[in-house]
Each structure stands twice: as C-alpha cells, then as structure tokens.
Design a binder for this molecule. Structure first.
Ligand SMILES: Cc1cc2nc3c(=O)[nH]c(=O)nc-3n(C[C@H](O)[C@H](O)[C@H](O)COP(=O)(O)OP(=O)(O)OC[C@H]3O[C@@H](n4cnc5c(N)ncnc54)[C@H](O)[C@@H]3O)c2cc1C
Length: 457
C-alpha cells in the first residue's frame, strides 16, 4: 500500500528552519506541507541549550507575539565564564536581546505558527528517500508512516531535517554545486539535562560557561527560570570522545546549588560547528538550518540562523515557482542572502573554532583570565571578534606572560578578517563558485599553517 500527496513545496522537519520556511511559503498562498518523523505530541522537543539570541529581530513569518510565551527568562544580560584553572570568574555583558526559553513550548508554538499560516502537517512520517527525475531535479520525497510508504511530490523540497540530514545522503548532487564536503568531524556532539533545583540560583541573570577538561569542549548552565536550569556540555567530534552523561553528572555533583536537584528531561544531538555550506541549493532542492551548517560555530547557537535561513528559502522557493524555474540558478540568491546576513560572519568565526583545536586549553584560559572582562566584551563583540591592536595595547600590562599567545591570535584574527572579506564577495552566479572556492581554500591553507591545526575541510 502507498499513499501520495502533491504540494508546491514540501518541507522535511518541523524544527525552527522548517517551520519558518513553511510559514513563509504558506503566507504567499502556495500549498505547503511539513513532513515530520516525530508524533504530533513529541514534535518540537529538540535537544538545545535554550538560549535564544536576537529574539528582538526574528523574521515575521511567524509573529514574535506567537512565540513570546515560551520566553521564560528575559533577564539574562551577561555571560559568566568560570575558569577553574585560573580560579577566576569573568562576567561579560551580552549585547542585544537574549532569552532563555522553554524549548519544547517554543517548538510547539512555532509549529502552531506555521499551521496558522496555512501549513499542513504529516507527523509520524520518516523520510527515507529523495525522488529525482532523469536530469537529477528533485521532485519529491518518499517516507514511511506506520509501515506504509508515503510519497510527496513537490516543485521544491526544503531539507530542514537537521544535522547530518539523511536527505543529503540520498540525493545525487553530481549535477549541482551543493556542498558535499561534510563530515561528522566538523560537528559537535552535545547533551543536556533540564534540572529543577530546590533553591533559586544566584546567577539567574547569566549564561554560565565553563571549559571541559579537554580543548574545544564546554559545559553550560543556562537558567530557564531561577530554579529550572538547562545544564549541558559538548565536544568537537574530531577530539577524543567524552562520556557526556557521566561528565555532566560529575560536574553537577560538585556544584552545591544542584544539591537535591531533580532531572526532568534529557536529550542529546549533533550540531554543526563548521562554516555554512558553500551552496545549499540544487535543482528543486534547498537545505536550511542545521542541514546547511547555519550555526554559529563558536557558540553553537543555531535557532536564529535557522529561522532566517528558513524564511529566505521560503521566499526564494515562492519566487522560483512563480517564475516556473526551480533550477539551482533560480534558487541561488538564497545562498547569497544567507552569506550576506550571517554566513560570512560564521565562516570567520569558524577560524577560531579551528584555532581552538590547536591551542593548549590552559594557555587559552590563562590568557582569557588575564584580560579585564569589559575589554574582552569589547573584543568579542566589536567588529569581527577577538584581539585587535587597541585591545592588545590596553591589555598588554595585564597579560604579561601571554604575549606569544596574543601575537598568535592576532595573526589568526587578521586571516579571519581576510576570509570574511572574501565571503563578502560570494558569487552571484553558480558558475563563479569554483574560482571563489579555490581562493577561499588558499586562505584556509594559510589559516591551517598559522594556527597549526589539522585541515578541517
Ligand atoms: C545540545 C544542544 C544545545 C544547543 N544549544 C543551543 C542554544 O542554546 N541556542 C541556540 O540558538 N541553538 C542551540 N543549539 C542548536 C539549535 O538547537 C539548532 O541549531 C536548531 O534547533 C536548528 O534547527 P533546525 O530546524 O535546522 O533543526 P532541528 O531543530 O534539529 O529540526 C529538525 C527536525 O527534522 C526532523 N527530522 C529529521 N530527520 C527526519 C526525517 N528523516 N524525516 C522526517 N523528519 C525528520 C526532526 O525530528 C526535527 O523535528 C543546540 C543544539 C544542541 C544539540
């Protein structure tokens, strides 16, 4: 037995990227469906740290009023970096609006938002294959629901199926420039628990971070409310694996504020801590959110990128369908908008992720501890990020002993800036991508040389 459905656009995945994409398409009056493997009850339940950055400027395809009820803590205004190696705590202000959210509630509300806009939902349906015609244009997906095959035909398929999406394993991209240089080692494995503590924590206005004992990993404690804490940790998958559940348990045991705490929920997942895909489009196909690497690779924050990528993909799909051309070229402008808005910046930040795999974590922590918090905030949030000459001069006195590191960082920063300038020249036409990539790869070679890191791509 098999059932088939036909839509203008089929979106796989009812996460942030999928819901914003579908809502955008539905608002333009086209037929759109979301296919989600989870049940209607479980959908929206996603492993996350629950910190939502830039909530004040979210796309309007799902109105902010629709999701606001899930913002359980809007009083967070700084990051609190615990550096046990140096016996130091750094408080660093966070610019812009930040909320810690009830993530499942938020997940339900964006689904409701997409539904209100006119999206149909097919739950309990696991997409297992992608359908392509003789020219390799994607024309739909095939899945299973209760053991029965279900087919979905569409002019455009949006892949919002999250990290390491199966759709991309099943699609033949040989006739397109879709980025297939994707490996698990460019991802982070992360796990979190929601812990109810008996007494209010003192740091309910802060995102608390702490490095794990090995490089390129950190623990976080994000207060959803003063007694409901999202506690989690992650490590880059090119490093030796951590025992996430045990390591978290050990850290929680050492923190008095968690004494008598009760674990309410546990979830883990992979997240892309890599640069955005060079191209996330092929004929009849667009990838969005985690499925296209739209995550800030230094913080792991991906909700905002997913919402915007979904919106841009929805808008481009509508335009392509209305013009009767859903080719890679017709969808290309989506890549440009992603790069222009946040992709170039994330590619620049990825350089620090590369650097972090090559530096000694104690040196890094020593350096951070030697910098005054307010200078660090300036460095982190002004312009690109990191250690410019003014900061160097201002902090030289306090950071004596780390000058070698600072110089190393400074050279890396210059290369990251050059890389971002290159991303600002992202090609307007698919045919120009090859040359652009060659030049970018040459810059990456310089970055590997200066940082001493192994090539990531
Ligand atoms: C532990 C952890 C902590 C994080 N912390 C933060 C944070 O604090 N702040 C932040 O901004 N970001 C955080 N992120 C990243 C953020 O959660 C993601 O970037 C964001 O959820 C991406 O949204 P998405 O819609 O692309 O994918 P997802 O939210 O993963 O949605 C994908 C959807 O596709 C469905 N699906 C997958 N495969 C199939 C299939 N074959 N058939 C049908 N359906 C399918 C899934 O069930 C899911 O509903 C964190 C991630 C992790 C893992």
């Amino acid at each position: 037995m098999s059932t088939s459905h036909e839509y203008d656009v089929v979106v796989v995945g009812a996460g942030t990227a999928g819901c914003y994409a579908a809502a955008t398409v539905a608002r333009e009056g086209l037929d759109v469906a979301i296919v989600e493997r989870k049940t209607a009850e479980e959908a929206g339940h996603i492993a996350c740290g629950d910190a939502l950055k830039g909530a004040d400027a979210f796309p309007e395809s799902i109105p902010k009023s629709q999701i606001e009820d899930s913002f359980t803590n809007t009083g967070v205004d700084h990051g609190r970096f615990e550096i046990p190696q140096e016996d130091t705590v750094l408080d660093i202000p966070v610019p812009g609006e930040l909320a810690v959210i009830d993530r499942w509630e938020y997940g339900r509300l964006i689904i409701e938002g997409a539904e209100n806009a006119g999206t149909e939902f097919h739950y309990d349906t696991v997409v297992q294959d992608v359908v392509q015609d003789d020219d390799d244009t994607v024309t739909g997906v095939r899945g299973k629901r209760n053991g029965e095959v279900v087919e979905f035909e569409a002019d455009v398929v949006v892949d919002g199926a999250g990290s390491l999406s199966i759709l991309q394993d099943k699609t033949d991209f040989s006739n397109s420039r879709f980025d297939t240089n994707v490996s698990y080692s460019q991802f982070c494995s992360a796990y979190r628990e929601i812990v109810e503590v008996p007494e209010p924590v003192e740091w309910d206005d802060a995102l608390v971070f702490k490095p794990t004992e090995r490089a390129a990993g950190y623990l976080w404690y994000f207060p959803r409310t003063e007694t409901t804490i999202n506690a989690g940790l992650g490590f880059q998958m090119n490093e030796e694996p951590m025992k996430l559940v045990d390591d978290l348990k050990r850290d929680l045991r050492d923190r008095p504020e968690f004494e008598g705490g009760e674990v309410k929920d546990k979830l883990g997942a992979a997240l892309p801590t890599r640069r955005p895909y060079d191209s996330a489009v092929a004929d009849g196909f667009v990838a969005v959110g985690d499925a296209a690497g739209h995550v800030n690779p230094t913080t792991g924050g991906g909700i905002a990128g997913a919402a915007y990528a979904g919106t841009y993909a929805g808008e481009q799909a509508v335009r392509a369908i209305s013009e009767g051309d859903v080719s890679e070229e017709a969808l290309w402008h989506y890549n440009e908008r992603v790069m222009d808005h946040f992709g170039a910046r994330y590619a620049g930040l990825d350089v620090y992720n590369v650097l972090s795999t090559a530096v000694d974590v104690d040196d890094l922590m020593g350096l951070l501890a030697s910098l005054p918090g307010e200078k660090l905030a300036e460095a982190l949030y002004s312009g690109t990020t990191s250690f410019g000459p003014t900061l160097l001069a201002k902090t030289a006195k306090d950071s004596f002993g780390y000058w070698g590191q600072i110089l190393h960082f400074y050279k890396t920063k210059n290369l990251a800036d050059e890389l971002m300038e290159h991303y600002a020249r992202y090609p307007r036409r698919p045919e120009a991508l090859d040359v652009w990539q060659e030049q970018r790869d040459a810059l990456m070679d310089d970055i590997y040389e200066v940082t001493g890191a192994d090539p990531k791509y």
